[in-house]
Design a protein around this ligand. Structure first.
Ligand code: SF4
Length: 275
């Protein structure tokens, strides 16, 4: 069923069921988390001196005056479209998928690359994984259009393979420019590949998720470091539809809500607090 034909209450109730919450239980009563995953030390999460197995997002060009976010994003998109195609995915995609959402979004989601449906429609996260992301956003009490959603790569790699270094080198700086234009208060990376590429780490998503990281802007950008919360990709949640995975994702999102000062939405049937 399309997200657009479901009420917010239906979406929230569905998400509650998925993560194992009853509709009358407040989000604060989330079940105890699974056995703790060993937390990587900052030194392990930091970029390593050895050659990375996953390409890094390179530094973007920096302008002293970033201007209004909306105009800035339009200029970046136009410049990207004019410069592309210029790498190995050039002949494989149907549409460029630059990104979409609020130019002044407080929360930004970053994925790896467009999938088949995204490639066909030219929009990020609109297939089944996109519908799952929509549910995650609604469960946070936000609307999709309140956030900004983008990928490291702006086109679908052939056969949905992982991005190659030259592709990340060509497209990654435009993602950095998007972040600098929007300057969100927090970024959620979706999946291990996007997390590794944006943060420059080789640590896997099972160790990174749920642990606040920090994205360091390029020098001269006058942008403060931005907190980054890695979590599982919605497609992984759909493939690995266990209560544990869903509870982990909800736990990660609740940390983001706390960072942004977002109160959990009140579920239908929740008793009103006593005065
Ligand atoms: S990966 Fe980026 S730079 Fe390369 S063809 Fe796709 S959109 Fe263009």
């Amino acid at each position: 069923m399309s997200m657009h034909r479901r009420t917010v209450a239906q979406v929230l109730a569905a998400f509650d069921r998925e993560i194992g919450l009853e509709v009358t239980v407040r989000a604060a009563a989330v079940a105890a988390p699974p056995d703790p995953v060993p937390v990587p030390s900052p030194a392990r999460a930091a970029p390593t001196a050895t050659p990375p197995s996953v390409p890094r997002v390179p530094v973007a060009r920096v302008t002293a005056d970033p201007g209004a976010p909306e105009a800035r994003l339009a200029e970046i998109e136009a410049r990207h479209a004019a410069a592309c195609p210029h790498c190995t995915t050039a002949s494989a995609h149907t549409h460029l998928v630059f990104g979409e959402g609020a130019p002044d979004a407080r929360l930004m989601f970053v994925g790896e690359a467009p999938g088949e449906v995204e490639d066909r429609l030219g929009r990020p996260f609109v297939g089944p994984a996109g519908e799952k992301l929509d549910e995650m956003i609604a469960a946070m009490g936000l609307r999709r259009e309140d956030t900004y959603i983008a990928n490291v790569l702006k086109s679908r790699p052939p056969g949905n393979r992982e991005p190659l270094p030259d592709e990340v080198a060509a497209c990654g700086p435009f993602l950095v420019e998007q972040i600098l234009a929007i300057r969100p208060k927090a970024i959620v990376t979706l999946g291990g590949s996007a997390t590794k590429m944006l943060l420059g780490t080789d640590t896997g998503i099972t160790r990174m998720r749920g642990q606040w990281q920090r994205w360091t802007p390029p020098e001269g950008s006058e942008c403060a470091p931005i907190p980054v919360m890695p979590t599982y990709h919605p497609a992984f949640v759909l493939r690995t539809y266990t209560k544990e995975v869903r509870a982990q994702v909800w736990s990660d999102l609740r940390q983001v809500m706390a960072e942004l000062g977002i109160e959990p939405p009140v579920r239908p049937g929740t008793p009103a607090p006593r005065s």
